[in-house]
Design a protein around this ligand. Structure first.
Ligand code: GLY
Length: 436
C-alpha cells in the first residue's frame, strides 16, 4: 500500500516510523525532516496548500493519507482528498471543528448532555469580557480562539495574578495587541492533574490508547511559559500513577459520547481524537479536544503499538476499527529545545546529534523543527527533537532518556525533571490532597 503522511514535525516522524516497515511511504512536509527524509519519498511544500497535496497524492496513486497537524484539517484537506477518491486518517473540516471551533465543542457537551464539561464563555468585545470577569467568582484561564498551538494560554495563579490581570490580557488579545486573535474564551480554572487520552476513531467506534501526561511549562518545576509540550510520560497498564481505571474509563466514555454527538451534528469523525482532561475532585473534566495526535504524546504511544499502524489505518477508513493492542510498558519523552526557548537567540545554530549512540542505549530520536543543511542539523526557534524510551516503569524509561540526551550537543536545553520519581510523586501527592 502507498501511504502519504502530511506534516513536518516529530509527531509526523513518529507516525512515519510506525508505518515504514509495512508500506511504501511518502511524506508532504514544509521543511525537510532529517528523520522522515531517511525513510520516505517526500515533497517539500506548504502542508496548508491543499490542492498541491491532493495533486501529489494523485500523482503517486496514494491509497491512504494520514494527516498529522490540525491546520490542513481546518482548510478541508480531507474533504478535498475524499472528493478525489483518496481515503484519509483525519476528520473532515466539519468534524475537525471539535478542535478548531471551541464553541462548537462546548455546545456539543450542552446539547448532548455529555458529562465532564466546564464553565466557559466566548468574547469578542473588551467591554463584555471586563464585565464578565468583574462578576465571576472563580479563577479563570484565558485562551485566544483559533489555532495557536497551545501558545497564548494564560492561567490565573500561574501567569496571571488574578482576574483583574486576566481582564487586561483578554482585552489585549481582543484588541489585537497579541497578534491578531479577535476572540478569547474564558474558562473556569480547574484544579487537579492534567492527562491526555488519544483514541483511534472510525466514525462510530473508538479504540483508546494509553493515558499520557504532558508538561507544557518551558522550565523545570513547571515554571515559565506554556509551550506545545516539553516532555511526557505514560505508564504500564495504560494508566498513570494518579489515574485510576475508573477515571480512565470515565474519560473514554466522555470521548465515546462526543464521537456519537459529532456524527449527529457534523460528519462521522475518522482519525485521531485527542482528549485533554483535568482529573478533579469531581472526576475527569474535558479541557479541550484536538483533531490529531498530540505532540509530544504521539511519541509515547506510537512506539508501543503492537497492532500494526497500517492495519489500524485500514480499519479506520473502512469503518471496521476493533481493539488496538499496545506493548505493556512505560514510556518517557523529553523534548530538546534551543536554550532560552520559547524566546531563543540560538535559532540557526548547528547542533550535533549522535543518533547511533542514542539508539544503542535503547532510545529513539524524533526530529521536530530543525533544518537539515549540508553541514548538519540546525536549530530553529522552536522544539528541536524528541527523545523517547520505554521501560518496565517510568523511572527506568526516564533514566534511558536522560542518558540519551547527553548525545545531543549544542546550545540546547531539556527538562530533566520530566518522568523523574520526584516529579511523578509530586503529581500523585497533589491528586491525593485534592481527593481527600
Ligand atoms: N501536547 C499538546 C498538544 O499536542 O496539543
Amino acid at each position: 500500500m502507498k501511504v502519504l503522511v502530511v506534516g513536518t514535525g516529530a509527531r509526523e516522524h513518529a507516525i512515519a516510523d510506525a508505518l515504514k516497515d509495512d508500506v511504501e511511504l511518502y511524506c508532504y512536509m514544509s521543511k525537510v525532516n532529517p528523520g522522515i527524509s531517511q525513510i520516505a519519498k517526500y515533497k517539500q511544500g506548504n502542508e496548508g496548500e491543499v490542492e498541491k497535496v491532493v495533486e501529489y497524492a494523485k500523482e503517486n496513486e496514494i491509497d491512504i493519507v494520514f494527516i498529522g497537524p490540525e491546520a490542513p484539517l481546518e482548510k478541508g484537506i480531507v474533504d478535498e482528498l475524499e472528493k478525489n477518491g483518496i481515503k484519509c486518517v483525519g476528520p473532515t473540516k466539519s468534524a475537525a471543528r471539535i478542535e478548531t471551533d471551541k464553541s462548537f465543542m462546548r455546545k456539543l457537551f450542552e446539547d448532548y448532555e455529555i458529562e465532564g464539561s466546564l464553565v466557559y464563555k466566548v468574547f469578542d468585545n473588551s467591554g463584555d469580557v471586563s464585565k464578565f470577569l468583574d462578576e465571576f467568582d472563580r479563577d479563570v484561564v484565558v485562551k485566544p480562539v483559533g489555532l495557536t498551538g497551545g501558545k497564548g494560554v494564560k492561567i490565573v495563579g500561574d501567569h496571571l495574578k488574578n482576574n483583574e490581570e486576566a481582564k487586561q490580557y483578554s482585552c489585549e488579545v481582543i484588541d489585537n495587541v497579541m497578534g491578531g486573535f479577535a476572540q478569547v474564551i474564558i474558562e473556569e480554572r480547574l484544579i487537579g492533574e492534567e492527562f491526555t487520552i488519544q483514541a483511534f476513531c472510525d466514525g462510530k467506534n473508538l479504540a483508546p490508547m494509553p493515558a499520557v501526561q504532558d508538561h507544557p511549562h518551558a522550565f523545570e518545576g513547571d515554571n515559565g511559559a506554556i509551550t506545545g509540550g516539553m516532555g511526557s510520560y505514560s505508564d504500564f497498564g495504560g494508566l498513570l500513577p494518579f489515574l485510576s481505571q475508573e477515571n480512565y474509563d470515565k474519560a473514554v466514555t466522555i470521548m465515546k459520547n462526543t464521537l456519537t454527538a459529532i456524527a449527529s451534528e457534523a460528519e462521522p469523525y475518522k482519525g485521531i481524537l485527542y482528549g485533554q482532561f483535568m482529573l478533579t475532585s469531581d472526576g475527569p473534566r474535558l479541557i479541550e479536544y484536538n483533531a490529531r495526535f498530540g505532540d509530544p504524546e504521539a511519541m509515547n504511544v506510537l512506539p508501543l503499538l503492537k497492532t500494526p499502524l497500517i492495519d489500524i489505518c485500514k480499519s479506520i477508513v473502512d469503518g471496521t476499527l476493533g481493539t488496538v493492542e499496545f506493548i505493556d510498558k512505560a514510556s518517557v519523552c523529553k523534548y530538546i529545545v534551543p536554550d532560552g526557548y520559547p524566546e531563543t537567540q540560538y535559532a540557526g545554530e548547528l547542533i550535533e546529534v549522535d543518533e547511533k549512540s542514542i539508539e544503542k542505549i535503547g532510545a529513539k530520536v524524533f526530529y521536530a523543527a530543525v533544518g537539515l543543511e549540508d553541514d548538519g542539523i540546525h536549530l530553529s526557534s522552536s522544539r528541536a527533537l524528541g527523545i523517547v524510551a520505554s521501560g518496565n516503569n517510568i523511572s527506568q524509561a526516564e533514566k534511558i532518556v536522560e542518558m540519551a540526551c547527553e548525545f545531543v550537543k549544542g546550545n540546547v536545553y531539556h527538562r530533566r525533571d520530566v518522568g523523574t520519581e520526584e516529579l511523578v510523586n509530586k503529581r500523585v501527592e497533589h491528586m491525593k490532597e485534592i481527593l481527600n
